[in-house]
Design a protein around this ligand. Sequence first.
Ligand code: R5P
Length: 282
Amino acid sequence: MLAERISRELGNTPFAIPFLKRFPDGELYLRVGGRLEGEDVVLVQSTRTDESLLELLLLEDAAREAGCRRLFVVIPYFGYARQDRPFFPGEPVSSRVLARHVELAADAVVTVDLHSPLTTAAFSKPLFEATGIPAIARLLRERSVDLLVSPDRGGTERVKRMAQLLNLPWLALEKKRIDSEHVELSLPHELPFALDGKNVVIVDDVISTGGTIVEAARLLSRQKVATVAAACTHGLFLRDAFERIKAVANYLYSTDTLDNPAEKVSVAPDIAQILRDQCMRI
Ligand code: R5P
């Protein structure tokens, strides 16, 4: 569990799991054990589901009620981050709504590889962003990789950062989303190099239904690349996404921001470093 790994990285800081139950009417009840008065408290909770968001908000209030000194909220996977603008009239900016609410009781928020900088701007409290990119890059150093590919232009900064660490070329595909499960991908108009025979890794921030990675792998295979693999920070792997990707990719790496079957590396050291070096100085 990531929270436990962060506590170990912080020199075995006491670690507690809150007690949770549902009232008969379905409302959530929780209680945090231990003495929090005057302590710096770190809450670790992804906003992966609506339920986990509510848990986080209640936990923040519980920590404040218990008289904690400072409250640092770690959101390894920041759910709703992909709705970072209205794509159609009448839509909310969901990521901004979450940012405003999760920061209310916090002194600082720490998250990992946010989908886009638009969400960063929505915070008024200090926000620190950890990253899984160097950790994944270390794993890829053990492999034979010739080229990194982002499945869309939105991931350009991410793939560039990984490419710099590994001293590799990169490219970003063109993506058109058809619906929440289907995408159309194409190669950029001018390719600066040939793809055939290359060992390619597709790098994304989130893998959800797996539609993007599967389509990208198919497109690259049609270009006669030697191998295709995939790596992401946040592995949601909904339904059979993991199996579908494994069928088209040589290997699949993810961090532990979410428990998932491709989890190969932890972001705990990076988060602990931010807590120690930046949050504690607030
Ligand atoms: C979108 O812009 C993200 O970076 C991911 O590419 C996307 O969320 C992946 O979703 P899926 O796995 O459902 O295709």
